[in-house]
Write a protein that binds this ligand. Structure first.
Ligand code: K1U
Ligand code: ZN
Length: 174
């Protein structure tokens, strides 16, 4: 397994739509394992392939607490087939927007169809943090970030700080 570099906003690739995956083969399983390692190391509770520069409809999620043991979910070609009218609000973070958090309102429950690590078609009914995380990650597959739900003023403030942060990172690396 190898850890991958997480792409930070602003970056055009984060605004692109990811492509459906044709089959779950050994190469895809290596990518799924690498993404999980990258997510645990960050640390985070979710990661979409586009965040490591790969425009495929693939997500890894693990919302379990440290003391609960690991419980990873691999979602290939996830599709939301139901969104509840009831909403819930969580303070969201994003590994591509380091240091920035905001309260985002989304459907409280969602149902999805997806393909799992072994290539089997599955469905899942999610609520709570899992439903929020799934919707946040599927947004990544469509080029959407949580800052897109904020006012222009708040979004621009975050983008300005991220541009500065990336310039400082570049100086350290050079
Ligand atoms: O960048 C990402 O998509 C991952 C993101 C997922 C997410 C978090 C919160 C609400 C919705 C989606 C993160 O994992 S940010 C980091 C984070 O939430 C976290 C980090 C360490 C421990 C617990 C949570
Ligand atoms: Zn994110």
């Amino acid at each position: 397994m190898s850890k991958k570099k997480i792409i930070i906003e602003p970056d055009n690739i984060l605004r692109e739509k990811s492509e459906p995956i044709e089959k779950v083969d050994d190469e895809l399983k290596i990518l799924m394992d690498d993404m999980l390692e990258t997510m645990y190391a960050a640390p985070g509770i979710g990661l979409a392939a586009v965040q490591v520069g790969i425009l495929k409809r693939l997500i890894v999620i693990d919302i379990s607490k440290n003391d609960e043991g690991k419980d990873p979910l691999f979602l290939v070609n996830p599709e939301i087939i139901f969104r509840s009218k009831k909403t819930s609000t969580y303070e969201e973070g994003c590994l591509s927007l380091p240091g920035h958090y905001a309260e985002i309102e989304r459907p409280a429950e969602c149902h999805i169809n997806y393909i799992d690590y072994n290539g089997k078609q599955k469905n899942l009914k999610a609520d709570g943090l899992l439903a929020t995380c799934i919707q946040h990650e599927i947004d990544h597959l469509d080029g959407v970030l949580f800052i897109d739900y904020l006012s222009k003023l708040k979004k621009d403030m975050i983008l300005k700080k991220l541009i500065k942060h990336k310039k400082e990172l570049k100086k350290i690396i050079l």
